[in-house]
Design a binder for this molecule. Structure first.
Ligand code: ZN
Length: 352
């Protein structure tokens, strides 16, 4: 079904009172909705990457909707236990944020606190130790800032082609070139940061000022510790935002991530979220060996009692979701009408 037709159907169902009906029925009561958020814009990030970012006002509206629809927002661990015990309260929801970015600390966390909603943050940890913008995403964002331009200075950066920033594909080519360069030359985090600084220079962007905004930066260790102390549930998302296909390397990503989280919060993380929603059949077994008890994906769905605990679906809420769509998911009806898998992004930049 086309998205437009689907939204029209949802609108009709909503006016007919179907949301309310489904929200209160037994079927929904036996299911948990896990909401997934990424970034909240400090400036204009939602315009650059609508599937990853939303404005704080929109998040606030979502939280108010949860309140208005009388949802019970539960801590993730408690929600999963009560799901198994068939003891979920009506309209149960768990809220999760991926990555643990600075904008969570600055914008999302105060809103969640105001509403007294529990939240789980799936925290990657490499950049919590190295306070600098995330390289791959930063390259993409800086080039987007200069969209519409064409530059010949690519050679100064070691790139073969001129930089054509007029189209998404053109910008994506430059990002790929920079990532490949950093991999070929095995650049350290510091060296990648230098490369991003040089890119900014060529684009006429003040990198020091950009870094000071903390756009595309994670929470630092103090900030993670602070939110952890104030009740935020900090959980696993791999150390370097990656899931190697080699078991030893994969499990090292989990154990390093866990050690870093424990050092910051003093807690033992046992819930995991697949970076970029990518998973393979062997991952659940490897997670189990690392004493992880649940893992969430970016596949759309409500969680029922029979769900594989290592493949839990979520509803990825973004700027492009309408209010009706959001409400349909709270009620449970969204899952019946929507396509199950999120449409793949056209040009995916690895987030690590
Ligand atoms: Zn992530």
């Amino acid at each position: 079904m086309l998205r437009k037709a689907k939204l029209a159907t949802l609108g009709l169902l909503r006016s007919a009172g179907a949301f309310e009906l489904v929200a209160n029925n037994k079927w929904r009561r036996e299911r948990l909705l896990i909401l997934c958020y990424h970034g909240i814009s400090l400036e204009d990030e939602h315009q650059w990457r609508p599937p990853l970012y939303m404005q704080a006002e929109l998040l606030e509206r979502r939280l108010e909707t949860l309140r208005a629809m009388r949802c019970t927002v539960l801590p993730l661990g408690e929600a999963l236990t009560r799901l198994r015990q068939r003891d979920l309260p009506p309209r149960s929801v768990a809220i999760t944020f991926d990555d643990g970015t600075y904008d969570f600390y600055k914008l999302a966390y105060p809103l969640l606190k105001k509403h007294q909603f529990p939240v789980t943050v799936y925290q990657t940890t490499y950049y919590t130790d190295h306070e600098m913008p995330i390289f791959n995403l930063t390259c993409s964002y800086l080039l987007w800032k200069r969209r519409g331009e064409q530059l010949d200075s690519a050679r100064e950066l070691g790139l073969a082609e001129a930089m054509d920033l007029r189209t998404e594909l053109g910008r994506h080519r430059v990002v790929r070139g920079l990532i490949e360069l950093s991999e070929r030359e095995n650049l350290t985090g510091q060296q990648k940061n230098e490369l991003a600084r040089r890119l900014a220079g060529i684009l006429g962007i003040d990198y020091a000022a950009f870094s000071a905004t903390r756009i595309l930066q994670l929470m630092n260790a103090h900030e993670v510790a602070e939110v952890g102390k104030n009740g935020v549930d900090v959980q696993l998302h791999s150390h370097r935002h990656r899931t190697p296909e080699d078991e030893v390397l994969f499990r090292r990503e989990i154990s390093e991530n866990r050690v870093r989280i424990r050092a910051m919060t003093g807690t033992q993380a046992i819930h995991f979220c697949y970076p970029s929603g990518v998973y393979r059949p062997e991952f659940p077994g490897w997670l189990e060996k690392e004493n992880v008890i649940s893992a969430t994906t970016c596949d759309a769905g409500l969680v029922d009692r029979h769900a594989n605990p290592f493949l839990l679906p979520r509803f990825v809420d973004t700027s492009s979701r309408t209010q009706t769509e959001f409400e349909s998911w709270i009620s449970g009806l969204g899952t019946l009408v929507a396509v199950r898998k999120a449409a793949p992004q056209r040009y995916v930049v690895p987030e690590d």
